[in-house]
Design a protein around this ligand. Structure first.
Ligand code: IYR
Length: 222
């Protein structure tokens, strides 16, 4: 049996404002987040990305295994390789794989198989989920738990951290995503989870005029 972790005193975060105001201020930042498909080539520093990934990596995870890797791609040749492969999958998706219902649901968003933002955005952050732990010193690999939940939470924190830093993001889901493992030479135990272009919106960026559900539709108090 592994020995239990020793316990230390918890240092709770205490906002300078009352909780209602603090919660509202965070909401007021997050409500401005939109999925952006028109990016500017304006650069974003590696340090900014590092803090956003560090924030993501504070996420809780099954047995604290932290089963994620954030591969941050800025090399133009790699970005282009990702674009080429993603567009090939997307052509298949839009022409053959998508069901009529799916295409009908996507039609109002106006998406198609062209993904120029994969070249233009200064960073493509590819989130991988670890299906096993990274190899230990002896080469063996341990189990991971609640992987999708864990990586989903970490990804959500990443999106929030980017928004808080004034950066635009898109949760892009080329499907299937296996090509990302190849293009980025990732090891067998890493599976692509999500592709997130990060940067600034283009000056003439537009977004679909969609709204979020009202709070009373998503929140039930008993
Ligand atoms: N992956 C495709 C299709 C797509 C699917 C859903 I569900 C979206 O909300 C948006 C797009 C694409 O990225 O175009």
């Amino acid at each position: 049996m592994a020995t239990p972790f020793p316990h230390i005193a918890h240092q709770p975060y205490s906002p300078a404002q009352p909780p209602e105001a603090a919660a509202r201020a965070f909401h007021d930042i997050m409500r401005q987040r939109r999925s952006v498909r028109m990016f500017s080539p304006r650069p974003v520093s590696e340090e900014t990305l590092r803090w956003c990934v560090a924030a993501a990596s504070t996420a809780p995870s099954g047995a604290n295994k932290q089963p994620w890797r954030f591969v941050c791609v800025r090399d133009p040749a790699l970005k282009h390789a990702i674009r080429e492969a993603a567009e090939a999958e997307e052509r298949e998706f839009y022409q053959r794989r998508a069901t009529p219902d799916w295409l009908a649901d996507l039609a109002p968003l106006g998406t198609d198989d062209a993904k120029p933002f994969l070249d233009i955005a200064p960073w493509l952050v590819v989130v991988f989920k670890l299906m096993k732990t990274d190899p230990r010193a002896d080469g063996t690999q341990g189990k991971v738990y609640y992987t999708d939940e864990s990586v989903g939470i970490a990804t959500g924190l990443f999106l929030a951290a980017c928004q808080h830093a004034g950066l635009a993001t898109l949760t892009h889901t080329p499907s299937p995503m296996g090509f990302l493992s190849k293009v980025l030479s990732r090891p067998e135990h890493e599976r692509p989870f999500l592709l997130i272009p990060v940067g600034y919106p283009a000056d003439d960026c537009t977004v679909p005029n969609i709204t979020r559900k009202p709070i009373d539709e998503v929140m039930v108090v008993r």
